[in-house]
Design a protein around this ligand. Structure first.
Ligand SMILES: [Cu+2]
Length: 179
C-alpha cells in the first residue's frame, strides 16, 4: 500500500514535469496544481505508513530474573557414549518450566541446540529444525539417537513465543563423542 501511494505520488509529479517540458501552460495552470496537491497527499500518506525501522524489527523480550540459568545435567561434557539412544536431561535454576504459549511470570521452555556453531538471533523466535529442538510441552529431558562422531549440545531457554529471554538464559556448550 505504501509503495503504491509512493508510485501514484511520483507519477503525478512526473505529469507536472512533462507539462513543463512540452510548454503546455494550459495544462500547467489547470491540471498541474491538482497533480501537485495529489502528489503531496500521496507522498505524505506513504511517509506516514512507513514505521520507523526499530518498530518494524523489535519484538517484545521477556526479562529473565537475575541468576537464572540452564545447564545440561547429563551427559557430561567430554563424555563418550555408546552407540544407540542417549537421554539428555535439562537443568534449570531460578525459573520455572511452562508449555509454549502459556503466559506465566518467570517461566519458559527448553530448546536444545544440536551441533549449532552460530547462535541464532536472540531477539527473534528460535528456528525449529533438526538442530534447534523445541520442548514446548514443558519437557525436561529428551532421548536422542545420534550418529557416531562428536556432537555439541547446548540448552537455550525461550519464552512462550520461543524468543530467548533478556538476558538470554543459555547453558555452556558440551561436546560428546558417540562410539
Ligand atoms: Cu520453543
Amino acid at each position: 500500500m505504501c509503495l503504491l501511494h509512493l508510485q501514484v505520488g511520483l507519477s503525478s509529479l512526473l505529469l507536472v514535469e512533462q507539462a513543463y517540458l512540452v510548454g503546455n501552460t494550459a495544462l500547467l495552470n489547470a491540471e498541474a496544481m491538482k497533480h501537485v496537491v495529489l502528489a503531496a497527499i500521496f507522498l505524505l500518506a506513504a511517509c506516514e505508513e512507513y514505521p520507523p525501522p526499530e518498530e518494524a524489527t523489535e519484538l517484545p523480550r521477556t526479562v529473565a530474573p537475575a541468576g537464572a540459568s540452564v545447564y545440561i545435567i547429563s551427559p557430561a561434557d567430554s563424555d563418550t557414549i555408546a552407540a544407540g539412544e542417549v537421554i539428555v536431561r535439562f537443568g534449570l535454576v531460578g525459573m520455572g518450566v511452562a508449555p509454549a504459549g502459556v503466559d506465566f511470570v518467570e517461566t519458559g521452555h527448553h530448546h536444545l541446540l544440536l551441533n549449532v556453531e552460530t547462535l541464532p538471533p536472540m531477539n527473534l523466535p528460535l528456528p525449529n529444525d533438526a538442530n534447534h529442538l523445541h520442548f514446548g510441552n514443558g519437557q525436561t529431558e529428551t532421548t536422542l539417537e545420534l550418529p557416531s562422531g562428536t556432537h555439541t549440545l547446548q540448552l537455550l531457554f525461550g519464552d512462550r513465543l520461543h524468543i530467548p529471554h533478556d538476558p538470554p538464559v543459555i547453558s555452556e556448550k558440551i561436546t560428546v563423542t558417540v562410539e
